[in-house]
Write a protein that binds this ligand. Structure first.
Ligand code: GAP
Length: 516
């Protein structure tokens, strides 16, 4: 199944969906650029979310907040103290990895060490003997004789059970705001002897204190701005509980383990909504939102059965959550998270009220009572959603040709998500056909539909190209168009063709897109 990922990554690059960031400089680990078609796909997905979560509901309003917020936001939310991953260094190959992503090996079980070549295995053999006093047996690129330790895991890179202690590593990207130079402050303190004699924790605390006045963070989730702006939005928009605030946009996490293409990256987009409810009604609303959200993802999928709801076990709940469901998708490597729907209780409003001194509660004008609302949060990954629908859409099928059969690659994207909605193709590049095709394209532009004029290569090759990028409909202008004003409409999935009037083309495509 990993082959499928290779094919998708290759198609994504070849056809302009997703490129490695800064590729000409060797690429930046875990950063991606969405090309012309990827940008359209991501935008379409996010627009659908906004339409369904904000425009189609009277009880949800939108927000577009700054990425960089007051640093106290992250102190209050607990991100400064607790948004971290446990990191471990391998004492043999020096790989740094997340303890929760390590290779599981039970205590006392054989732990085989593995290396890319014999030379690396020989070097590791002698290092283990010299530095750890253990003699292993080498077989080609492998070392045998080690056993798993009481941690229950080994290095995912070489399989070694010799590891450093776990250290917590904060995932927020730190920067500096204003005309201050934090390194200059440190250098000055060093020159003035303020750091003399300081070591370990004390030294770190002093350095942090020197840098703190200008320290700011790139948001690791879009959620916090919706808590911080709760009172402004509730009052300026006269919102009555229950109501929601929705936001979508970039989030940043200094992820140590980046994996599976755009599944986990350092810069990604989220689509989050905080739904404020009266305490006591929160369980009901959690049920409501988990059903709404899974139905939403399934609506655009060819294979809705690949989405499932998984309740969190009590020991995996985030510190702020009373209950949580993950919407998981069956990726080629197994089930994994796509969206979390959490009952965050009054944790965030309570924390921000305490840290800021602001009133973040709600007065119910009908019941005449005041309370701090509970929050149900559906938090989805937009970039992860792009990956899910690329996987869901990718299909290969054998089709008959004049000379036998060939493999047709089709991206069966939902028409609402498809980057290009309709391709308009003159059968040949002469005889008045290009002129008519361009007029048809103009009619689509006038109606705000993303259409593309395409005259490169044979008609067969053009159909295949549009199948591969998920264009749901192709309109072909041929000799008959010039005689009777009809053109062919070809369906991407069935490959069926029928003739429609050129004058009806825009209405017909609009109808097909609406019906999805
Ligand atoms: N406000 C809650 C929150 O941020 P989360 O489970 O950490 O919860 C929500 O993130 C969603 O954001 C995830 O389900 C996932 O789809 C997406 N996401 C999180 N980290 C990501 C990363 N490093 N790369 C891509 N998507 C990510």
């Amino acid at each position: 199944m990993q082959d499928l990922m290779k094919k998708i990554v290759s198609l994504a690059k070849r056809r302009g969906f997703v490129y490695q960031s800064s590729e000409i400089y060797g690429g930046l680990k875990s950063a991606y650029d969405y090309g012309p078609l990827g940008a359209e796909l991501k935008r379409n997905l996010m627009n659908e979310w906004w339409r369904d979560m904000v425009h189609a509901r009277e009880d949800v309003v939108g927000l577009d907040a700054s990425v960089i917020m007051h640093p106290k936001v992250w102190e209050a939310s607990g991100h400064l103290a607790g948004f971290s991953d446990p990191l471990v260094d391998c004492l043999v190959c020096k790989e740094r990895f997340r303890a929760d992503k390590a290779l599981e090996v039970a205590e006392g079980e054989p732990a085989k060490l593995f290396f890319p070549d014999k030379g690396a295995a020989k070097r590791a053999l002698s290092l283990v003997e010299r530095q750890l006093g253990v003699t292993l047996e080498r077989r080609g690129k492998e070392l045998n004789g080690a056993v798993g330790n009481d941690r229950g895991y080994c290095c995912p890179n070489c399989g070694s059970p010799w590891l450093s202690a776990e250290r917590q590593f904060n995932l927020m990207f730190k920067s500096a705001l204003g005309a201050t130079d934090p390194l200059g402050e440190v250098a000055e303190a060093f020159e003035d002897g303020e750091l003399d004699g300081l070591k370990g924790r004390e030294l770190r605390a002093k350095l942090e204190a020197l840098m703190k006045p200008s320290a700011v963070y790139l948001r690791p989730e879009t959620a916090q701005a919706m808590f911080v702006q709760f009172a402004n939005i509730q009052q300026s928009m006269s919102m009555k509980v229950p109501f929601g605030i929705a936001q979508m946009g970039k989030s940043f996490r200094n992820e140590i383990t980046v994996e599976h293409f755009i599944f986990r990256s350092t810069e990604f987009e989220q689509m989050e909504m905080e739904f404020f409810v009266e305490p006591g009604t929160d369980d009901e609303w959690l049920d409501y939102w988990k059903e709404q959200r899974i139905a939403w993802w399934r609506k655009f999928a060819n294979d809705p059965d690949k989405f499932m709801l998984r309740p969190h076990e009590p020991d995996e709940l985030a510190h702020y959550a009373k209950a949580c469901y993950d919407i998981e998708y069956e990726y080629p490597w197994g089930y994994g998270e796509l969206e979390g729907i959490a009952n965050r209780t009054d944790y965030d409003l309570g924390k921000h009220a305490k840290h800021s001194g602001a009133k973040l509660d709600y007065f119910d004008p009908v019941e005449k009572k005041r309370y701090t609302p509970y929050v149900i949060e559906p938090a989805a990954g937009a970039t992860r959603g792009v990956l899910v629908y690329l996987i869901d859409a990718y299909t290969e099928e054998e089709v008959a040709t004049g000379r036998g059969t060939e493999t047709r690659v089709v991206l069966r994207l939902h028409p609402k998500l498809a980057p290009i909605k309709v391709a308009v193709l003159p059968l040949i590049k002469k005889g008045g056909m290009p002129e008519v095709a361009r007029e048809v394209v103009e009619a689509f532009f006038a109606r705000g539909i993303n259409a593309k004029y395409d005259e490169q290569h044979t008609i067969g090759k053009r159909y295949r190209r549009h199948d591969e990028i998920g264009t749901p409909f192709c309109l072909t202008v041929d000799g008959q168009t010039l005689e009777d004003g009809t053109l062919t409409i070809r369906d991407r999935d069935t490959m069926e063709q029928r003739r429609i009037s050129r004058d009806d083309a825009v209405n017909e495509i609009e109808r097909l897109l609406r019906e999805g």
